[in-house]
Design a protein around this ligand. Sequence first.
Ligand SMILES: NC(=O)C1=CN([C@@H]2O[C@H](COP(=O)(O)OP(=O)(O)OC[C@H]3O[C@@H](n4cnc5c(N)ncnc54)[C@H](O)[C@@H]3O)[C@@H](O)[C@H]2O)[C@H](O)CC1
Ligand SMILES: [K+]
Length: 551
Amino acid sequence: MPESILSGILVCPICMSAFPSHHIPRWQQRVQSRKTRLQQFVVTAQQMQAIESRIFASGMPVAALMEKVGGLIARRIQALYPCDDRRSVVGHRISQIGVLVGPGHNGGDALVVARELFSRGYRVNVFRPLTKAKSLTQDHFQYLQSLGIPVLENGLALANQDVIVDGLFGFGLERPIEGELKTLLDHINSVSVPVVSIDIPSGLHCDTGQVLGTAIQATHTLCLGLWKSGLLQDSALDYVGQASLIDFDIPLKDIEAVLGTPDMLRITSQSALSQLPLKRPPDTHKYRQGHALLIGGSQRYAGSIVLVARGARATGVGMLSIAVPQSLKSWVVSQVPEALVIGCPETDAGAISHLPAELLLEQFDAVAYGPGVTTEASIVLQQVLESQCPLVLDADALSLLAQAESTWHHRSVPIILTPHPGEFRRLFPDFAQASLTKAEMARRAAQEVGAIVLLKGARTVIADLDGSVLVNPESTPALARGGSGDVLTGLIGGLFAQTQKSEAVGAAVWWHAQAGRFVAQAATEMGVDPMTLSEQLLPALQSILQAEASS
Ligand SMILES: NC(=O)C1=CN([C@@H]2O[C@H](COP(=O)(O)OP(=O)(O)OC[C@H]3O[C@@H](n4cnc5c(N)ncnc54)[C@H](O)[C@@H]3O)[C@@H](O)[C@H]2O)[C@H](O)CC1
Ligand SMILES: [K+]
């Protein structure tokens, strides 16, 4: 497809759309749209088993599916670690692969992979620590032996391989790994041999991502068919390495039959870019593009409100008003010249004591309140809660909310809470339980209080009032830094003021994380300070749009 470049943006020469890919043939679009949807689904072990059972019941032989999956995994491993014919390690090229084989079908997959890689010239050594095996797995083992593929006597020899394939346990892990198996996995983790885990690193619970006894610390995890919930938990991140999906063509109808209306979805670039950038009608004017009010700042935490404002500014919101303590007004004006800055009466310690009576909250499309306000501003909390205005509450506002009466529950106008885990614990002590996943905690909290609950972390989750949860699967630890949450609050406030849609919250989280990754790539993780982050929000989005348009 020829493309022309207009103002540095790739556009389609036929209709000047920024997405030239829309002229691809219909069958290709269908395949593409299936792949895009596939990336959004998240399943538990039970759901995956149910989907698998439907496929088998429809006539797909178990052995054929294993063969197909094993072939795809082998191809991916070959791409990651090409075979070196000279039988030495050169760069990423390798010659020896150790394959750890378990008793179930994860082990069966591993044996197919071992056989395929052997046929493609790799030197393969298999280790099978448990002799009992499911019959299909046993058959593959027997055939593999007949081919003369060596079987190691001692698992510790896996440490001498160039790469280890982990096919010990998949979604069938049912109890903690103990004894010699634990010693083996701990030994593999202690040596610097790259590990490719099939489906899920052995030892991780498929649903909760918790470590059962011990778990493989994978370099790559090749997740089969659909994303397993455990891989998306903060607790799993040390184990998962680089995760990717192996699509083995599960029919969408089987996924939909089991998941129904999915209660958990991954945020993908495609889903976020269906919201971003926000479309502006050609004849629009500033009052039609949303009016956001940001309330924050104090003598003690003066800068936070400026970071919120810079996040909101990037959303293109039509009008921006900012309420700060009177003594900060002129400084904030100098930082955000386009905003209407309202000086508020302040306490002796320099926090806002209350909002001026003439400030009518109903005129705003969204109010973001909290960063830097200190816990003195409880009157302001009452004022915003009593208004009929959509609210984003963050930081100190959440600490104040934790002490407030429950009259705000199920407020008729949307309310978005953005706690980090500490704030969540204070707000929802009953739901902050180690036995629950973050998604479940946020879901219960959202339903209890009738609010959108965004629970921050390495993998931020967003629970909506209807019980659905979004999880943001890509981020960077560089964002774990004071002030980066303020930028996010501004993004949410600015987008929500324009759309009034809960989808804006997921789009904001995705955008914030992608901008963090974009800055980290250019300036290392140390370079992701919140000011730079806020400056790079739009270049990051633009860069992603260009990449999408040219792919
Ligand atoms: N639908 C798919 O995605 C496909 C999955 N495949 C692969 O199959 C596994 C799941 O296979 P399954 O046999 O159900 O489970 P496991 O291989 O994980 O192993 C279960 C096996 O292990 C025993 N066991 C469990 N915990 C322990 C423990 N702590 N110590 C010792 N033994 C344990 C248990 O009793 C069972 O015998 C999936 O992950 C994919 O890799 C298909 O190949 C393709 C379609
Ligand atoms: K595994």
